[in-house]
Write a protein of this length. Structure first.
Length: 342
């Protein structure tokens, strides 16, 4: 479940879905296009698909539609031949716009929906732009707006893998946001009020010797009195580009939660508007994995993020604590923190 869906569940009842990637199970290996292993991408087309969240979505969508057609066809040989012909046509594309159009045409030909139903028409389709520093995904409409950016990490296989991990994360956020809007329109109530908005950007990009730390943050408005804010901290290994889970920052044999929780509680208890006997604060900083899902290692310490409603009412906003690395002595995984420091 995306952070958008999680936050809406916290604030009110929501319509949400779990993002799922459908696999294309083709009868011949030469037709294996959807949900392929991006770490093995070698052709121009494969690299374009892996680097573009919208193309990845369409690729997975085609996988599901093709599999459904394969299960129900009376002429599997003809279906396979047609798919091979489409792949040859797809592989002649030189850019993302051409690929997206090919995918939508093939999905429609197989009886599927590429996301351009009445709800999709109201939303339009996101566009992806890549620069040397960032990837940006945008869609501007009268009632639906997306503006998403995540950083480029540099050259090399590990950087490319890390960027794919970021693309997958923001792609899930976009997909969930779009799906909630489709469900709103499908319910027949129509759009009321200001435009829906999804904005994702980043306020931290730290390149340590053994990892990248990316502080993505998301703002979304889906109706109601106010929008919501969620943070999406991401740690990526610099040798592989693989995403590091929160527990992976620490030695596996160490119980790190009590020390991080104690420091965080004491730091917040000394700030306005908190007090040491604040029950909401005590509950929100208790040493549970749920309370400490948002951690980001930076140059001067471990950033701990407490989201809206976690340690107090909406009005007090988001709160952050930097735990100095000296306070974490003996806890951090030396594979990422040699000598206890980044």
């Amino acid at each position: 479940m995306s952070t958008i869906a999680t936050a809406r569940r916290t604030q009110a009842s929501i319509l949400c879905r779990g993002a799922a990637a459908a696999l294309l199970a083709l009868a011949a290996a030469s037709v294996g296009a959807a949900s392929f292993d991006c770490t093995q991408a070698s052709t121009r087309v494969e690299k374009l698909i892996c680097a573009d969240a919208e193309l990845s979505r369409l690729d997975s969508k085609l996988g599901a539609v093709y599999e459904d057609a394969r299960q129900n066809t009376r002429d599997p040989k003809a279906l396979l031949a047609a798919q091979r012909g489409w792949l040859a046509q797809r592989n002649r594309c030189d850019d993302s716009d051409c690929l997206a159009e090919r995918y939508r045409q093939r999905i429609a030909a197989l009886g599927g929906d590429a996301g351009e139903d009445s709800a999709g028409d109201a939303m339009g389709e996101p566009r992806t732009e890549r620069t040397a520093k960032a990837v940006r995904i945008t869609q501007q409409g009268a009632r639906f707006e997306i503006d998403v950016a995540y950083p480029r990490l540099g050259d090399g296989a590990a950087a490319a893998a890390g960027e794919r991990a970021l693309a997958e994360l923001v792609g899930t956020e976009i997909d969930d946001f779009r799906e909630m809007y489709r469900q709103l329109l499908a319910a027949g109530a129509g759009h009321q009020g200001p435009p829906w908005q999804l904005t994702i950007d980043y306020d931290h990009l730290y390149a340590a010797p053994r990892f990248w730390a990316v502080g993505l943050r998301s703002y979304f408005y889906t109706g109601g009195a106010h929008g919501g804010m969620q943070h999406l901290p991401v740690v990526l290994r610099r040798d592989t580009g693989a995403r590091v889970p929160v527990a992976g920052l620490f030695r596996s044999e160490k119980d790190w939660l009590p020390r991080v929780a104690d420091y965080s509680y004491r730091a917040l208890a000394g700030r306005e508007p908190f007090s040491a006997d604040d029950d909401w604060l005590r509950e929100g900083t208790a040493p549970t994995t749920e309370n400490y899902r948002k951690l980001l290692p930076l140059a001067d310490g471990l950033l701990v993020i407490f989201e809206q409603y976690q340690v107090g009412p909406y009005a007090i906003g988001v709160h952050e604590v930097i735990v100095p690395y000296a306070e974490l002595d003996g806890l951090l995984d030396p594979a990422l923190f040699p000598g206890g420091q980044p």
